[in-house]
Design a binder for this molecule. Structure first.
Ligand code: GLA
Length: 382
């Protein structure tokens, strides 16, 4: 597992027991007691499950998160003139999220990104997963963590309004081993950041890779592409892939390739140099920080509005995806048609298909360990 996974045996047992019982016994605060946090009904799933939409306000930003898919539905941030706009792609109502869409704002898991041929062997046992992105498995399968209703509770955090969403994925769900208990906490901090903290435990070894699939367009409500946004990535290396987007296993320098974003560069500047269909960026970069502790990973700047999003993460990799598969088939917020390159994703992650690559950071969580992941998206304008 990553450097953040910890063996439960390390703290003195009595202290640990005491902390655990406090965590279990202490009831969550009442919604009204958490400043900047509110909740409204967001409708029902086709099975009649109620979905809530939480709004978190702090500093200059407002974030909305739905319990369906633990989905970031909106991030409203000011531009350089103070004009506030929603900088994420998605839908105005739950119906959009229940329909077909490419993971707008969703929490993805149990394993974000691809597993080659939907098969893996762990501790001598072979497992088969759904092939939902032929010939591979993508983002947790047919009914991944983006397609389930999460439980939610307010959190009184000193950092700002927060909501903790939890989901228990049963042994065998989507073909994965072990019952996995997952918590994702969304906090909006006073310095205009959305912080996402993930935690998980399992009763059987399982591959695990949790991420968020927010699509950003810092232009806000405008109907434009992200090709003029300038990107910086704190990554000198990347993992080259085959034509089904599965890593070959190599870890190559970005130098001399269109993936060299070590200096801020417009996303569109070299995009035509990338081969393949539908064309564009859909690559895992290897962060120089190597993961393990929270470190700067990426910055996106929109010269038109001056908006900036700066991403930090504890993960070793980021999938930079330039919305290549957006094809106008999703009509989103305010009737906006999402066309190719109208949004970009920066998905903090372990490298794709890690389960098949011993040279990649380990993505297996074992009983007794706690998976932890933190990713922060901080907004500003200049
Ligand atoms: C990830 C993948 C892409 C694509 C999108 C969703 O970013 O790497 O290939 O599947 O999700 O469309």
């Amino acid at each position: 597992m990553n450097a953040f996974a910890s063996g439960a045996g390390r703290a003195p047992a009595a202290l640990l027991g005491c902390l655990l019982s406090l965590a279990i016994v202490a009831p969550p605060p009442a919604l009204g007691d958490v400043k900047g946090l509110s909740k409204m009904g967001f409708g029902k799933t086709k099975d009649g499950e109620a979905v809530d939409l939480y709004t978190l306000r702090n500093g200059k930003i407002t974030v909305k998160v739905a319990t369906y898919g633990a989905t970031v539905v909106a991030i409203e941030a000011p531009d350089r003139d103070g004009k506030v706009a929603d900088v994420t792609l998605g839908f105005d109502s739950l119906d959009g999220y229940l329909g077909e869409h490419p993971y707008f704002g969703a929490t993805v898991g149990r394993v974000a990104n691809r597993i080659a041929k939907g098969k893996f062997t762990l501790d001598g046992e072979a497992y088969s997963l759904a092939i939902n992105n032929p010939p591979n498995t993508l983002h947790g399968g047919v009914k991944g963590f983006n397609r389930v209703v999460w439980k939610a509770e307010p959190v009184d955090s000193p950092e700002g309004p927060a909501v903790k969403m939890t989901y228990t994925s049963k042994d065998g769900e989507e073909g994965y081993p072990g019952t996995l208990t997952t918590a994702v906490t969304f906090t909006v901090t006073a310095d205009d950041a959305l912080k996402i903290d993930y935690a998980a435990t399992t009763d059987k070894a399982t591959p695990l890779n949790l991420s968020n699939h927010a699509y950003f367009n810092l232009g806000g409500d405008t109907d434009s592409s992200i090709l003029d946004h300038e990107l910086t990535l704190a990554a000198s290396k990347y993992t080259p892939v085959d034509d089904t987007l599965i890593p070959t296993g190599a870890i190559d320098p970005v130098e001399g390739t269109p993936l060299d974003f070590r200096k801020a560069t417009a996303i569109g500047a070299r995009i035509a140099e990338l081969e393949g269909e539908p064309g564009g960026y859909d690559h895992n970069v290897v962060l120089d920080s190597k993961g393990g502790s929270l470190a700067f990973a990426a910055r996106v700047y929109d010269p038109k509005t001056g908006r900036v999003v700066e991403m930090s993460t504890t993960e070793p990799g980021v999938q930079f995806y330039s919305g290549n598969f957006l094809d106008g088939s999703n009509v989103g917020k305010k009737g906006r048609v999402y066309k190719k390159h109208h949004g970009l994703c920066l998905e903090a992650q372990h490298f794709p298909d890690s389960i098949h690559h011993a040279n990649f950071p380990d993505s297996v969580l074992r009983p007794g360990e706690t998976y932890k992941q933190t990713t922060v998206y901080k907004f500003s304008a200049r």
